[in-house]
Write a protein that binds this ligand. Structure first.
Ligand SMILES: CC(C)(COP(=O)(O)OP(=O)(O)OC[C@H]1O[C@@H](n2cnc3c(N)ncnc32)[C@H](O)[C@@H]1OP(=O)(O)O)[C@@H](O)C(=O)NCCC(=O)NCCS
Length: 201
């Protein structure tokens, strides 16, 4: 077998990403065919800026970012089970604020027409379960800008603990600087508070 094939096999194995399912959603790896759905929500100025990124200016820009998502084993597409449409993304990223390898950071966005139905809370709870039970991480963090009350509610409903406000922590694409409201959940808290809560899922 040629060296490149061996390396490809190795990297595919390393990048294994399970498909996760909730009552209304499928969380799966992005694919090329998702481009139209991805561009549709990523061009919306109400979506990206709340997560710190610039709304996509063209289909081509979305195509390039989609390529990165497809290759990146930490970002899941959020798919509406009824329509099979991709309506957002959710990821477990390295947390640049913490120098600890067994910590991850949760990040997410949802297409605006789907807001307010509890969908991101549903997706986030599944990701929390996966992070602690399958990846066996020690700590999951999540951050939002102070004005983003919707995200704050998602974080509260998921049971994260508020750590505090980090002042002037994020400069976003347009030069605006925001404070970060910081939250986390430890492994112990997950098993003690969340797994035992029958109403959580
Ligand atoms: C933040 C976001 C993911 C929320 O997704 P969602 O599926 O609408 O979230 P949910 O429906 O699970 O919960 C939203 C909560 O916010 C509440 N809410 C909505 N508008 C609100 C407002 N203006 N002020 C306070 N709370 C508000 C809803 O009532 C709901 O809480 P409830 O269940 O207690 O009633 C979505 O709005 C989004 O993608 N926004 C743009 C990108 C973004 O902000 N990403 C997160 C970066 S940290």
């Amino acid at each position: 077998m040629k060296l490149m094939s061996i390396l490809n096999l190795f990297s595919k194995k390393r990048c294994a990403m399970p498909v996760l399912e909730t009552e209304r959603l499928i969380l799966r790896r992005f694919k090329k065919e998702d481009l139209d759905d991805f561009y549709e929500y990523s061009r919306n100025p109400n979506v990206g800026p709340n997560a710190g990124w610039k709304p996509h200016a063209s289909r081509q820009e979305s195509k390039e970012i989609l390529k990165y998502f497809i290759e990146n084993p930490s970002i899941w597409a959020i798919v509406d089970k009824d329509t099979q449409k991709v309506i957002g993304s959710i990821g477990l990223h390295d947390d640049r604020k913490r120098d600890y390898e067994n910590a991850k950071m949760l990040g997410y966005v949802l297409a605006e027409p789907y807001w307010g139905r509890g969908l991101m809370t549903e997706a986030a709870k599944k990701m929390i379960e996966y992070a602690f039970e399958e990846l066996k991480i020690d700590l999951l963090s999540v951050y939002h800008y102070p004005h983003n009350k919707r995200s704050q509610r998602v974080i509260e409903k998921c049971g994260f603990h508020y750590e505090g406000l980090l002042r002037r922590a994020s400069t976003i694409y347009n030069g605006k600087v925001y404070d970060d409201m910081c939250y986390s959940l430890t492994r112990e808290e997950y098993y003690r508070e969340i797994k035992k809560d029958n109403n959580y899922y």
